[in-house]
Write a protein that binds this ligand. Sequence first.
Ligand code: AMP
Ligand code: ZN
Ligand code: FE
Ligand code: FE
Length: 286
Amino acid sequence: MTAFRADLHCHTTCSDGSLTPKETIVLAKQQGLSGLSITDHDSIDAYEETFPAAKEAGISLISGIEFSAMFAENSVHILGYSFDLNNQSLRELCLKHIQRREERNRAMLELLNAQGMPLTQEDVLACASIVSLEKKRVIGRPHIALALIKKGYVDTVQNAFRLYLGEGRSCYFRGDPISVDETISVIHGAGGFAIIAHPHLIKNEALVGKLLGMNFDGLEGYYSLIPPKKHDRWIKIAKNRSWIITGGSDFHGDIKSNIPLGCSGVDEETFRILEDQFKKMNSFPR
Ligand code: AMP
Ligand code: ZN
Ligand code: FE
Ligand code: FE
């Protein structure tokens, strides 16, 4: 029997991943995973129809999300797990993000246009693997990057970010900030755990210090293609605080083809902590 492994960080077509939620479940099974959390950006739409597929595949699925938040002028990603999927405030926060993104994407298209790279909303939508046009889909910079490639303005997603879309670049637009405190409090209000996403990627040490003093329940100690040695610092910090240590691949499918689902994750003991809380908060049949 293979050891229990759960990937707690992946994206689907409900945000900027390239596989549908159901395809992600099938792949999780193929990869030998036993547990999974889908953490789309600012969206829980993936959970609308995924539980039967997970059950069929023998995958234990728990609620998850990756919220974008701001601390002062810094962008911070926060993972939420085990929360009540029907919580009203959490659903409202998702809607607030969709609105923030609409305004922000419009502003970024205007900036691109002003710099001689005209793109329409339709061009971007065409690049967002739309499963159903009826649904609100979380559109992000990776979709704009794909549209820029399709138009021949850039050659790769990486270069789209490096030249135009990355923080501080000429066509980046921040949009209305939603604070770290507000995000943590909404996740807690929905009975979930609030976790600092991929702390390894935070370059600003002063920001790390501030975040570690906030009301988080844990951090993502195991992440993607980060060499194991680099995890030590974060594991130590989390243990000192008796925080939960989560882990995941940050799988996006084709958009980041070098990151396979299941390349990072957690063992059974950690997964059960999250799963127990998930079951407490969600009583629907699974
Ligand atoms: P957004 O949600 O619109 O702010 O876009 C953020 C997402 O863009 C991240 O979660 C990554 O998936 C992707 N991303 C951010 N920076 C880069 C980069 N330098 N190269 C490729 N993808 C990136
Ligand atoms: Zn993403
Ligand atoms: Fe992230
Ligand atoms: Fe992510």
